[in-house]
Design a protein around this ligand. Sequence first.
Ligand SMILES: Cc1cc2nc3c(=O)[nH]c(=O)nc-3n(C[C@H](O)[C@H](O)[C@H](O)COP(=O)(O)OP(=O)(O)OC[C@H]3O[C@@H](n4cnc5c(N)ncnc54)[C@H](O)[C@@H]3O)c2cc1C
Length: 180
Amino acid sequence: MPTFVIAGASLAGAKAAETLRDEGFDGEIVLLGSEPERPYERPPLSKGYLLGKDSRDSIYVHAAEWYAEHHVDLRQGVTVTAIDRGTATVATSGPSGDGEVSYDKLLLATGASPGRLTFPGSDREEVLYLRTVGDSDRRRNPGRRPGRRHRRGPERRPRRPRRARSRQRRPDRRHHAHLG
Ligand SMILES: Cc1cc2nc3c(=O)[nH]c(=O)nc-3n(C[C@H](O)[C@H](O)[C@H](O)COP(=O)(O)OP(=O)(O)OC[C@H]3O[C@@H](n4cnc5c(N)ncnc54)[C@H](O)[C@@H]3O)c2cc1C
């Protein structure tokens, strides 16, 4: 039975596995992904999920049981570290150590990663990147609503702008200067 290895377990990798099954491929499918999560979609991470409107369950490409039901061997937290086309194997590294997987067909669905800023100050902790569900979780605020500035603690009346007060004082100052 042929083995189809897919490197990269996100939207493209998960959809490729689904298409293979839908179109009748009945060999082994091994889906290898660096992330500890099963495949999920990223658009909600900067939208509904980040704002607390979408649930965690809604971001996943398939239900957790889909992989076993469709005989897709999903290996989470496993990175492909090398490809040996001569022996048709990929080297892997993961929670249970290093390994090798043989393939008849290999699909690279490893996506992209964000460019990192390199100018001075870009290593400060206030500079954030948003790529994974973990990144979104760290910035998530379920109480936040779109279009509203988030305010910590109870709502307070806005302070009177300083400018308005200084404008009131100015004529007095001018008056004293004139007298002096
Ligand atoms: C916050 C955010 C919001 C977005 N919003 C939109 C939107 O509104 N509309 C839109 O069209 N697009 C949007 N995108 C882009 C869209 O999510 C991507 O185009 C899409 O995720 C690409 O899917 P992919 O499976 O090809 O790659 P990726 O999502 O990049 O996934 C690749 C996967 O492969 C894994 N991987 C990489 N190297 C290895 C390796 N050597 N071994 C094993 N696994 C590996 C990675 O860990 C990752 O899980 C957004 C992206 C982000 C980050």
